[in-house]
Design a protein around this ligand. Structure first.
Ligand SMILES: CC(C)(COP(=O)(O)OP(=O)(O)OC[C@H]1O[C@@H](n2cnc3c(N)ncnc32)[C@H](O)[C@@H]1OP(=O)(O)O)[C@@H](O)C(=O)NCCC(=O)NCCS
Length: 154
């Protein structure tokens, strides 16, 4: 299996907005069309966060979406994985884990990023187990109603 992150472009955004999670998972993640719109503007918190949206491709086929954002001036985490989804047809095949590993590889390569944050709905056990297995630790606080977890890179 070959999994890669490809930046969202004029060529692939329409294929990516067709990807969907299961109906019972819709409360866990925003739609990809929302994320791609959000990515145009970034947001302000201790300076400006820039968004980097990607399609997750398995053997050349779009199977999911991942987006991180960066703010090197932030005191607590300089990278944040703000979105991850794998389409309902492709879940449970290792694509979510592979996408996260690739994103973390990119973030780890940047010396300005000391810590990476992530958050998830408190009852999203699949996400919690995945992130914990990658080394994310919960400091025991909520961020906008979601459980916060942090990965120390350096
Ligand atoms: C969470 C999600 C991205 C995982 O992607 P995936 O491709 O299905 O996951 P993988 O096959 O790579 O599995 C990775 C890990 O996720 C966890 N996991 C996946 N499905 C799970 C399930 N049904 N129950 C419990 N844990 C599960 C396991 O820890 C698994 O580890 P393993 O490799 O030891 O089996 C995917 O299920 C999804 O899109 N869910 C809906 C949206 C969502 O919750 N996004 C995260 C928002 S923070």
């Amino acid at each position: 299996m070959s999994v890669e992150l490809r930046p969202v472009t004029a060529e692939n955004w329409e294929a990516l907005i067709k990807l969907q999670v299961r109906e019972d998972q819709r409360g866990f993640v925003a739609s990809n069309v929302y994320s791609i719109a959000e990515a145009q503007f970034g947001f302000e918190d201790e300076g400006h966060w820039d968004f980097y949206p990607f399609g997750v491709y398995a053997d050349g086929e779009p199977v999911g979406f991942l987006m991180y954002c960066l703010n090197f001036a932030h005191s607590r985490f300089q990278g944040f994985v703000i979105r991850l989804m794998v389409d309902e047809r492709f879940q449970g095949k290792g694509y979510g884990r592979a996408a996260m590993e690739q994103a973390l590889e990119i973030l780890r390569a940047d010396e300005r990023i000391l810590q990476v944050g992530i958050s998830y709905e408190p009852h999203n056990k699949a996400a919690q187990a995945l992130y914990a297995s990658l080394g994310f630790v919960e400091p025991g606080e909520l961020m906008d109603g979601e459980t916060l977890a942090i990965l120390k890179l350096r």
